[in-house]
Design a protein around this ligand. Sequence first.
Ligand SMILES: Nc1ncnc2c1ncn2[C@@H]1O[C@H](COP(=O)(O)OP(=O)(O)OP(=O)(O)O)[C@@H](O)[C@H]1O
Length: 325
Amino acid sequence: MPPGETMIEAHEVSKVFGTVRALDAVSVSARRGTVLALLGHNGAGKTTLVGILTAALPPSSGRAAVAGFDVTRQPREVRQRIGLTGQFASVDGQLSGRDNLVLIARLLGAGRTAARTRADELLELFALQDVATRRASTYSGGLRRRLDLAASLVGHPEVIFLDEPTTGLDPSSRLNLWEIVEDLVAEGTTVLLTTQYLEEADRLADSIAVLSAGSVIASGTAAELKAGVGQRTVTVTLDGAADPALALDALRRAALEPVTGRENGAIVIPIAASRDIAAVIRALDQVGIEAAELSFGEPTLDDVYLTLAARPASALSPLSPEPAA
Ligand SMILES: Nc1ncnc2c1ncn2[C@@H]1O[C@H](COP(=O)(O)OP(=O)(O)OP(=O)(O)O)[C@@H](O)[C@H]1O
């Protein structure tokens, strides 16, 4: 399959459990070698969508395909091409890390020698050699996640589903896992990631879909989402001798809209473009004020999330068009 091929696609997928509409006409897609992140509070529908895309759960309506195979009509082909981690973990705590990987390779049909070779490759890739013969139940959280991810890769999947891969990990284990995911993606693996950590989506995801009560309420790149709700700002801290009123006046004359910030009387200036940073400095310079400190603030995904969460459900609409399938 050539690069750029759509590897994950859900088109108007709905799922109804009795009276609960867990998913309502959800459309998402991801191209080969990219990361799609699903964000959403508990109960938003992330697990249900992952269940449908992994051919574990039939959709009530709509269609979904993974690696070009329809999840309803070709579930076997789909399952052969995917790896699952997280809430779907298949690691047996009573077995060593190595025996887990060998067992999975054998279950996937590899011969004894090939299974051992694959296990050793993965132990090396995930730096698990030193603990390879220890029971998995004795592993730390970080080691367990690495083994879990290694287990999902035994069959060389084209698409992997990472369900909250770093929840509960310390910062260095989290970073380590992010680097592994980035390497896999660089080699062409496609990743669907569910996460509660906006920083994780920001770092790893090429595109993000925000789910709320079964609907996609926003989608796009992290930058697009931030531009949709966030506001870039310049924050200026004056030194004690400078007159804040004079500074505010000068900034207003430069067609800027400064507000006095909450901390240390700092002045916060919303800006539309990078050139406005220069306008801030020029305006202050013209009245002989030098900023003691000047910082530039990008909206964060947290801003996006908080803004979306604050909107009444009736006002929710996608911030940007769905990425083309
Ligand atoms: N088998 C089921 N039967 C009935 N309702 C279900 C079933 N599975 C999920 N739901 C409901 O569907 C909605 C979406 O659940 P889902 O587990 O997909 O959300 P989620 O975003 O994955 O949440 P979490 O982060 O808690 O796993 C919830 O209201 C949930 O209670």
